[in-house]
Write a protein that binds this ligand. Structure first.
Ligand SMILES: [Zn+2]
Length: 132
């Protein structure tokens, strides 16, 4: 899952830093082994995010959910990978805005990369743990 999200991240434009090339983020929505949607970070904005944030730039996680629709997102898993310029992965824990979107969509679990081992957020009980 996280490898797929990493591939998606690498297909997107870089974001962050003065040149916008510090890192890339990709997210993939999974139902079992079936990919529902796959999106990377975008610099463009989305009107739905403007309801949650004064900085409505479209993050990969929210983009994935908005693309799939809230109904299709209910009860499925999301994987998020952040890839640094040197190709290594880093913390991709969803921001508070994306966490609100994830909760509202009813996502079951969110797997994300860290600087070390991947972690999983069990959305229903709010717990965070090592992923594998
Ligand atoms: Zn976010």
């Amino acid at each position: 899952m996280l490898e797929a999200a990493k591939a998606v991240a690498l297909s997107g434009p870089g974001v962050g830093g003065r040149n916008g090339t510090n890192f890339r983020i990709g997210a993939v929505l999974f139902s079992g082994n079936h990919v529902i949607s796959a999106k990377h970070n975008e610099l463009k904005t989305h009107p739905k995010l403007a309801r949650y944030s004064p900085w409505p730039f479209l993050h990969a996680e929210s983009s994935c959910i908005l693309h799939a629709g809230f109904d299709a997102s209910h009860g499925v898993d999301l994987a998020v990978s952040r890839v640094k310029r040197d190709g290594s992965v880093a913390l991709a824990k969803p921001c508070t805005v994306c966490q609100a979107v994830i909760r509202q969509a009813g996502i079951r679990r969110v797997f994300y990369t860290t600087d070390d081992k991947p972690e999983v957020w069990n959305v229903a009980d709010g717990s965070f743990a090592a992923a594998f």
